[in-house]
Write a protein that binds this ligand. Structure first.
Ligand code: SAH
Length: 525
């Protein structure tokens, strides 16, 4: 059969939500794709792995509208394939489990389009693992059944006869079932399943807002009505479910159920967000400030030409490091062009960005500020005759440069490489989420983020009922900036680094913690 040249469609399982559950193959396919056709994704952050020039086509349900018909989705896939593109058809969970993957490959086959399938972690497996429910168990469960409440999310009709599945000794995993709960439960009871059979509903499984409702078959309808649990959710019924209450490793993490705002720019937010997420937090990244590369090419050329003159190079931020090496290695593709100069960095994050180039950082001051750096430089070196280059942005260079000059440095050259500007948050989806729900804490990481926050107070006004956040501060300068604007500092990191900040956040947010109830709906803690 003649296949269309070059073009290929990958049917890729996107997993249940947690990005870490995506397969390595899926990530590769997303990163290579010319076009990505996707439905509503549990985790839209997946698309950040796509090439910046990849065409991303949403074919899910829009607010108040119906989904795009399957035939239209298939026509889109065909058109993209015919134009010779590498296409990723991204589907939640696994493409072959209640995902119409079968119909799509049949269509591709008929149209002679080459395809491959990348399996994904289906919602039932993700939810069971994150809720600590062993789907099979030597004593309780020798069969696992995946069922769907309705075949077509649009139809809301029940096509299965659940009475046939009312068997003890198995675990039922029911997808798309919450809308049909009364009928499902009634039929299972009619089929002979005991009303005491443990049952649970897990919503947004594997995500920071995972919520669950532990109950029994007999009480499930009533308990569900009294809860806020809705789609997307998976229902488990069977003796194995009784394990979930003791195995709640996922929801037991210290920041689970806490919504925390991180105030950094996208590039920098990564590490702090990562540390918080690892402790279970639901992180809202509000990029109050954006960093834009901005430099005078003439100045850069002059500095690079004279590089051998400098004895010290000082970096004030990871952004400066990134842009500096980007430019340097484009101009001279050999890191040895730096010569024997020594390197100083304000702050651990800046030092780590330098170390990523396999360069040793000679001086990281005890405290992450320009004054301490100059003091330590004086102490260690004496700076009367040294020649220094300060790589920096448009904001934070004044102290270092003016102090070095005052102390009698021979040459202090400044190389400004970027500008820090305020981001307009009015239309940011993350800002919208914050306005609607609020947060348990905002983690300020610099005086400039405090300034941007207060300048954007209109765009960040909380709606009624939203949780009012505690304001955290990474260190004395950030605290001073908060106080200056009349904002109360709830806690300050004992040392100005991200690890201490996260530990302090955990201890602050858990100080009034009462015993967790077994059946909770943590989204509204
Ligand atoms: N192909 C997907 C299922 C698509 S049907 C898979 O393999 O997982 C959509 C249904 O999957 C939802 O209605 C819900 O029942 C379930 N689901 C998907 N993601 C979920 C999640 N994160 N938590 C709970 N249920 C989820």
């Amino acid at each position: 059969m003649s296949k269309k040249s070059n073009s290929i469609v990958y049917l890729v399982g996107a997993g249940p939500g947690d990005l870490g559950l995506l397969t390595v193959r899926a990530q590769e396919r997303i990163a290579e794709a010319d076009a990505i056709v996707y439905d509503k994704l549990a985790n839209p952050a997946l698309l950040e792995w796509a090439r910046p020039d990849a065409e991303c086509i949403y074919v899910g349900k829009c607010a108040g509208q119906h989904s795009i018909p399957q035939s239209e989705i298939q026509a889109i896939l065909l058109k993209l394939a015919e134009s010779g593109k590498k296409v990723v058809r991204l589907k939640g969970g696994d493409p072959f489990i209640f995902g119409r993957g079968g119909e799509e490959i049949e269509f591709l086959h008929q149209n002679e389009v080459t395809y491959e399938i990348v399996p994904g972690v289906t919602a039932a497996l993700g939810a069971a693992a994150y809720a600590g429910i062993p789907l099979s168990h030597r004593e309780f469960s020798s069969a696992i059944t995946f069922l769907t409440g309705h075949e077509d999310p649009e139809k809301q009709t029940l096509q299965l006869d659940f009475r046939k599945y009312a068997q003890d000794g198995s675990t039922l995993c029911i997808y798309m079932g919450v809308g049909q709960l009364p009928r499902i439960v009634t039929e299972l009871l009619e089929g002979g399943l005991n009303k005491d059979t443990p049952a649970t509903i897990i919503q947004w499984a594997t995500l920071p807002n995972q919520a669950f409702l532990d109950s029994s078959l007999g009480n499930l309808i009533k308990d569900h009505q009294a809860s806020e649990i809705g789609a997307p959710a998976i229902i488990f019924i069977g003796q194995a479910v009784r394990y979930s209450a003791r195995n709640n490793w996922f929801t037991a993490r210290p920041l689970f159920g806490k919504r925390i705002v991180v105030t950094r720019t996208r590039d920098q937010a990564g590490r702090l967000s990562h540390l918080l997420t690892a402790q279970g937090a639901d992180v809202i990244e509000l990029p109050f400030i954006k960093v834009e590369t901005e430099f005078d090419p003439q100045v850069v050329a002059e500095v690079f030409a004279e590089m051998a003159v400098y004895e010290w190079i000082i970096f004030t931020s990871a952004n400066g490091v990134r842009i500096f090496f980007d430019l340097l290695l484009k101009a001279y593709p050999d890191i040895r062009c730096l010569g024997p100069m020594r390197i100083a960095a304000v702050g651990r994050a800046t030092a780590e960005a330098i170390e990523a180039f396999n360069l040793k950082v000679d001086l990281v001051p005890q405290k992450a500020n320009g004054d301490t750096l100059v003091n330590e430089l004086i102490q260690n070196e004496g700076i009367e005759s040294i020649k220094v280059l300060v790589v920096t942005g448009n904001l934070n260079r004044k102290t270092i440069v003016s102090r070095l000059e005052e102390e009698g440095c021979a040459i202090v050259d400044t190389l400004p490489l970027y500008a820090t500007r305020q981001n307009d948050l009015k239309n940011s989806p993350e800002a919208q989420r914050y306005r609607k729900k609020g947060a348990h804490a905002i983690l300020f990481t610099s005086a400039s983020t405090v300034q941007s926050f207060s300048e954007q107070s209109e765009a960040l006004k909380l709606k009624d009922g939203a949780i009012r956040p505690a304001l955290g501060s990474i260190g004395p300068m950030t605290s001073a900036a908060l106080k200056k604007r009349g904002m109360e500092v709830a806690y300050q990191a004992p040392e100005s680094n991200l690890e201490h900040y996260v530990v302090e956040t955990i201890s602050y947010l858990n100080q009034n913690k009462t015993n967790k109830s077994k059946s909770i709906c943590p989204t509204s803690l």
